[in-house]
Design a protein around this ligand. Structure first.
Ligand SMILES: [Zn+2]
Length: 326
C-alpha cells in the first residue's frame, strides 16, 4: 500500500480521506516572533490550544487531512506543528521548498554551481531531499511535497533557481510539487514551462492559486498539461469572490475537469502578517470567510445545488489528493 508522510508519521494514502490541499497551520516568521512577538502579541500555549480547537472543528465537519505548504519564507517550524498534531485527529502533511517572489535567501546566495563557494550541485536540492528522505531537522517529521513560487515578477533568477531545485528534488525522490502562482500574471504557464524543461511529471504538480482566475482557457490549458488546479483561496474574496470561484468550478466540472481540481482556503490558525488583536480583528473584517470551515459550511452545499455531483466533489476532495501523493 502506498503511504504518505504526515506530522505523526506515514499513513496509507487511502486514509488521507477528505483533504484540503493548501492550508497553513501557522504563518509566523521566527525573526518577527522572537524580536517583536514574544511578550507582546504572541502567547505560545494560547496559540497552540487555539490551533487545536480550529483543526478539531474542521475534523468534525468531515475533513480528514490538511496539506500545509509552509516552508522557509513563511516561517516553517515543525516542533510547534507537532504539538498541535499530537492533540488532533486531523492529519497534517508538511512541505519542503522555498517561498520567495524574487531572490533566494542570502544563505543560498553564494553557494552553488559557479558561485563564490563553487559546489557540484545546488545546496537547496540537498536540503530539500534531506527534508523528504531523512526528516526536517531533528524532529523525525518528513516532508511529503515540495513548494515554490512564481509571482508577478515572473522567472527572476532566484525564482527560476528555486523551481529547478524543486524539480531536481522531485526527480530524485518522486515527491510532488505545489507551486504558488500569480493568476493575474498567468504565472502557471511559466511554472509549466520550467517543469517541462526539467522533466517533471506534471500530474504531480498543483498550480496553487489557479482558482484566483476565472479564465477557462488558461485553466483548461494547465489542466490539459496534466496539472492539478489549486482552487485554494476560498474566503479570500479580494483576489476572487466565492461566487466567481464557484462559477468557475462548476464550468470546469461541466467540461470534465473535476478530476483536475483540488480545494482549500489558504487559511491559517494565525498569520503574523496581521500581528496582535487589532490587526487580527481588521483581517477578520476584511475577509470574514477566510477560515478552514468556509468550504465545508458554505461552498460544498452551493456546488451541489449548482449540479456538481457527489462523485465530482469526491474527485476534488479525496481522489485527486490521493493520486497526487501516490
Ligand atoms: Zn499559502
Amino acid at each position: 500500500m502506498p503511504t504518505v508522510e504526515t506530522v505523526r508519521g506515514p499513513i496509507d494514502t487511502a486514509d488521507l480521506g477528505a483533504t484540503l490541499m493548501h492550508e497553513h497551520v501557522f504563518v509566523l516568521s521566527t525573526e518577527h516572533l522572537q524580536n517583536y512577538g514574544a511578550g507582546d502579541w504572541w502567547d505560545e500555549d494560547e496559540r497552540v490550544a487555539d490551533a487545536v480547537d480550529q483543526l478539531n472543528e474542521l475534523k468534525a465537519l468531515g475533513i480528514d487531512t490538511i496539506v500545509d505548504p509552509t516552508v522557509w519564507g513563511l516561517g516553517r517550524y515543525i516542533p510547534r506543528v507537532q504539538r498541535v498534531a499530537e492533540q488532533t485527529d486531523l492529519n497534517i502533511v508538511v512541505a519542503t521548498g522555498l517561498y520567495t517572489y524574487d531572490e533566494v535567501p542570502h544563505q543560498y546566495e553564494h553557494r552553488g554551481p559557479g558561485l563564490l563557494l563553487d559546489l557540484p550541485r545546488d545546496p537547496m536540492v540537498d536540503d530539500f531531499v534531506g527534508d523528504i528522505r531523512d526528516g526536517i531537522a531533528d524532529t523525525g517529521v518528513k516532508a511529503a511535497f515540495l513548494k515554490c513560487v512564481v509571482e508577478v515578477k515572473g522567472l527572476t533568477p532566484g525564482v527560476e533557481r528555486t523551481l529547478r531545485a524543486c524539480a531536481a528534488a522531485h526527480r530524485e525522490t518522486g515527491a510532488p510539487i505545489t507551486v504558488h502562482t500569480s493568476s493575474p500574471a498567468q504565472a502557471g504557464r511559466l511554472a509549466v514551462q520550467v517543469f517541462r524543461d526539467e522533466g517533471v511529471d506534471l500530474t504531480k504538480v498543483v498550480i496553487g492559486h489557479a482558482g484566483d482566475s476565472n479564465d477557462l482557457d488558461y485553466l483548461g490549458e494547465l489542466a490539459d498539461a496534466g496539472c492539478l488546479l489549486g482552487m485554494d483561496r476560498f474566503g479570500l474574496d479580494l483576489y476572487n469572490p466565492t461566487s466567481s470561484r464557484v462559477d468557475t468550478i462548476v464550468a470546469l466540472a461541466q467540461r470534465g475537469y473535476a478530476d483536475r481540481m483540488v480545494l482549500a482556503h489558504d487559511a491559517s490558525c494565525y498569520i503574523d502578517y496581521f500581528p496582535g488583536p487589532d490587526a487580527q480583528a481588521a483581517k477578520a473584517q476584511i475577509a470574514p470567510n477566510w477560515n478552514y470551515t468556509h468550504i465545508s459550511r458554505d461552498v460544498l452545499p452551493v456546488l451541489r445545488e449548482r449540479g456538481v455531483t457527489d462523485e465530482q466533489v469526491r474527485q476534488m476532495l479525496v481522489d485527486a489528493p490521493r493520486r497526487y501523493f501516490e
